[in-house]
Write a protein that binds this ligand. Structure first.
Ligand code: CA
Length: 216
């Protein structure tokens, strides 16, 4: 899962005090842990936080960019009301076939619509279709983060929320000597969000950092 920036003992304290994963979420975590890409999964306490945000916003229609094996989409879809919907976007047939199996097992298959393809193209299509969302979670390829955010701002209603994951990037954002592609892309995203007059924003140091932008 995303490595926490907290000291290990503090992260463990939070986990044992607040985290009590449902059987399906525990199963997704265990099966994903065997994959080399397991670090892409959000932490369990982030899952609790996302579910709380979805409920606080009163979200009915949610958007996710970057599905991976389905942990966050399962969390978000379960936090939506019974008639809520989640549009889940990803490029990978391999990863999302696992996600689809978990959604089925959680009884969420009718609540989640998977859109396979390059994220930018999918978001442009959603804009062209006139789709609107109350909540968006972005957790995909970092070089496209600014492009995803720009489209999410247009897709989310006033008062809606955009959450972007990995925005502290293991702390590398603060190391001015780090000019690697991912680090530069995340710095650009944070600066873009902070300066965007269409939103009010903050960065919560949960997991690997979660940038929140509330649309005005
Ligand atoms: Ca992530």
């Amino acid at each position: 899962m995303n490595k926490s920036l907290l000291p290990d003992d503090v992260a463990a304290y939070i986990a044992r005090t607040f985290v009590n994963e449902s059987p399906i979420l525990a199963k997704i975590r265990v099966e994903t842990a065997e994959m080399p890409e397991a670090g892409m999964q959000i932490s369990a306490d982030q899952g609790l936080f996302l579910a709380m945000l979805v409920k606080l916003v009163g979200a009915k229609h949610a958007l996710e960019v970057g599905v991976f094996t389905g942990y966050s989409s399962t969390v978000v879809a379960q936090a939506l009301p019974a008639d809520g919907t989640l549009v889940a976007c990803d490029l990978s047939e391999e990863f999302t076939s696992k996600a689809r199996r978990f959604w089925q097992e959680a009884g969420l298959q009718n609540k989640i619509q998977l859109r396979l393809g390059p994220g930018i193209e999918t978001l442009d299509a959603l804009l062209a279709e006139g789709k609107r969302f109350d909540f968006a979670f972005i957790d995909a390829d970092k070089p496209n983060y600014c492009g995803y955010f720009e489209r999410a701002v247009q897709l989310v209603r006033a008062g809606g929320l955009i959450a972007v994951d990995n925005t502290l990037w293991s702390g590398k954002v603060s190391d001015s000597a780090d000019l690697s592609e991912g680090t530069v892309a995340i710095r650009q995203l944070n600066e873009m969000v902070a300066a965007d007059p269409r939103v009010e924003a903050c960065l919560v140091p949960i997991g690997d950092g979660l940038t929140l932008a509330r649309k005005l």
